[in-house]
Design a protein around this ligand. Structure first.
Ligand code: GLC
Length: 570
């Protein structure tokens, strides 16, 4: 029987490259992570998700795995990893591994074998098709696009064959139709479970199943060409059920899938408990509320109504059916205080704490990305060459290739770049922000580290970190924060976001001013029944008394980015 421990969990995400470099070689490592486990535990986290630690040539920084059963040298050894698991468990921290199995690295032995000969048995581990003849040219088997720009097909040498890659060309998609592939994957999952890990985060899981035969995408409104043929494919549920039956269900595990623009129906089915697929998925709809059409490099003014839909819909869909996750940041997104049309220079503390309260009082397991808990900010990159993420370069090249001036293309990239959250963590104001002892890191540090770093945040009067601790404690002391049904209020309000969580008569009410304008909010219930349990505006270190106005004291004056959590206990 599964204990479903994840329902009460708080997950902290570590991107190992940039967390802590213990041997001063420029890369974060396992030893560095171990040295910070107490810090993570003190925050109130109860689990850690590690972005890939496996052997990889790093074309996509760990998301191109060349050996699923080995730890990459730059992070340490398998012995170090085993110790990491023990050190985590000793502190009651669960271990969640990233699992990247939509594709392997093209340096994986399976792929090398596959392309070594047309008769190789490994050929069928991948999706390899003949190109089409167009005049004197051989063109790709279909018009599908890679998520990272360009065709999703790469020619194998000078043959007429192409392999599919929905991401970099160094990440070849696996053929999940092949039962041998699924057997290998189950073996890999169980290898790690046997080592003591507690769960997995599945990378772009809803792309595992493709529509066959391969065909052109002729629809006009696809998110990207081919998406209808490789997102939520026909055998998705069957594949997940098989993994569940032969792996996850044998352990007291937590599995969470990173979804890529799933349909509402599929999203609900993936997490429905009785279906036996995944425990939860990540939905990112709310994070598209400040970009155009889900394309993160294209800014638009923040749209709170879109945020509300993206935030509440997955919660409503999963409630009573399965489980959900709550996300603001990860290694694929800029820092949250620099988003949503927020002026981070002026409102860093207020916005960071408001966003946390709004997000983590919701229904689902909180996921916190390293540094987010102390309000770390975007990096002020000066030129494209400072960015290591291949995607920043692909999109920059595409834009400039179309004739866009370089300065403008760079501005777009800076808006949505994944690099912002991937720079080394600023722990303090010592060399390289305390990431290491001064060796040049693999990716430049944020030049703001002397002013904005974790130590300084914790010591300052207005500390984001200390606010997170209080907030996360509410999930421990108030059952309704974990189990409560969610009800949204005043959906049409373009400044205030408000909702309640109700469980066995107890109620939490969350309301926040998601704007820089002081605003008056008509509280929809009898305000005097409630006690304040959290307020990001303080007086002398204590929550400020609520400023009521109106005859019955039913109106609240909310300052810029003010968030309050109220509790009603019958
Ligand atoms: C996921 C990962 C991202 C990676 C991509 C391809 O979206 O989060 O970092 O680049 O998959 O593996």
């Amino acid at each position: 029987m599964k204990s479903r421990w994840y329902k009460n969990a708080v997950v902290y995400q570590i991107y190992p490259f940039s967390f802590m470099d213990s041997n001063n070689d420029g890369f974060g490592d396992i030893e560095g992570i171990i040295s910070k486990l107490d810090y993570i535990r003190n925050l109130g986290a109860t689990a850690i998700w590690f972005s890939p630690l496996y052997k990889s040539p790093d074309y996509d920084y760990g998301y191109d795995v060349s050996d699923y059963k080995a730890i990459d040298e730059k992070f340490g050894t398998m012995e170090d990893f085993d110790r990491l698991v023990r050190e985590c468990h000793r502190r009651d921290l669960k271990v969640i591994m990233d699992m990247v199995i939509n594709h392997t690295s093209t340096e994986h032995p399976w792929f090398k074998e596959a392309i070594s000969s047309p008769d190789s048995p490994y050929r069928d581990y991948y999706i390899i098709r003949k190109g089409r003849i167009e005049g004197a040219n051989v063109i790709p088997p279909s018009n599908w696009e890679s998520t990272f720009t360009g065709s999703a097909w790469e020619r194998i040498g000078d043959s007429d064959d192409f392999y599919l890659h929905l991401f970099c060309k160094e990440q070849a998609d696996l053929n999940w139709e092949n039962p041998d592939v699924r057997r290998e994957i189950i073996d890999i999952l169980n290898f790690w479970f046997e080592k003591g890990v507690d769960g997995f985060r599945f990378d772009v899981f809803n792309m595992f199943s493709k529509v066959y035969p391969i065909q052109d995408d002729t629809s006009k409104d696809s998110f990207q060409k081919g998406a209808p043929y490789y997102v939520d494919g026909p055998r998705m549920h069957e594949f997940l059920k098989e993994l569940n039956e032969k792996s996850f269900s044998l352990y007291d595990s937590f599995t969470v899938g990173e979804s890529f623009h799933p349909s509402e129906e599929a999203a609900r089915d993936y997490v429905r408990e009785e279906n036996g697929e995944l425990d939860a998925i990540f939905s990112f709809g709310h994070l598209d509320s400040d970009n155009i059409g889900g394309k993160k490099f294209f800014p638009k003014p923040f749209d709170l109504l879109q945020f509300k839909d993206g935030f509440f819909n997955p919660q409503r869909a999963a409630y009573g059916e399965g489980w959900n996750t709550l996300v603001l940041e990860n290694h694929d997104n800029p820092r949250c205080v620099n988003r949503f049309s927020i002026n981070a220079a002026k409102y860093r503390y207020e916005a960071a704490t408001m966003l946390a309260a709004v997000t983590y009082m919701g229904f689902g397991t909180p996921f916190i990305y390293m540094g987010q808990e102390a309000g770390l900010v975007n990096c002020d990159f000066k030129k494209i060459d400072e960015m290591m993420d291949p995607v920043s370069h692909f999109v920059y090249d595409l834009m400039t290739g179309y004739g866009m001036p370089k300065w403008l293309a760079f501005r777009f990239i800076k808006y949505g770049a994944r690099d912002h959250s991937r720079v080394p963590i600023a722990w303090d104001d010592s060399a390289n922000g305390g990431f290491n002892d001064g060796h040049a890191p693999w990716q430049c540090v944020n030049p703001k580290y002397p002013e904005i770093n974790i130590k300084k945040d914790i010591e300052s009067e207005k500390s984001v970190y200390r606010f997170y601790r209080k907030l996360l404690r509410i999930r421990k002391t108030h059952e309704e924060a974990v189990m409560g049904e969610i009800q949204e209020y005043d959906h049409e309000n373009r400044r205030v976001i408000a909702y309640s969580r109700t469980y066995q008569g107890k109620k939490l009410f969350i309301c926040a001013n998601f704007s820089k304008h002081t605003t008056i909010y008509n509280f929809p219930d009898e305000l005097s029944k409630y006690k304040i349990v959290l307020n990001n505006y303080q007086v002398d270190g204590r929550p400020a008394r609520l400023p009521f106005v109106g005859k019955k004291g039913q109106k609240l004056i909310l300052k810029p980015y003010q968030a309050i959590v109220l509790s009603y206990q019958p």
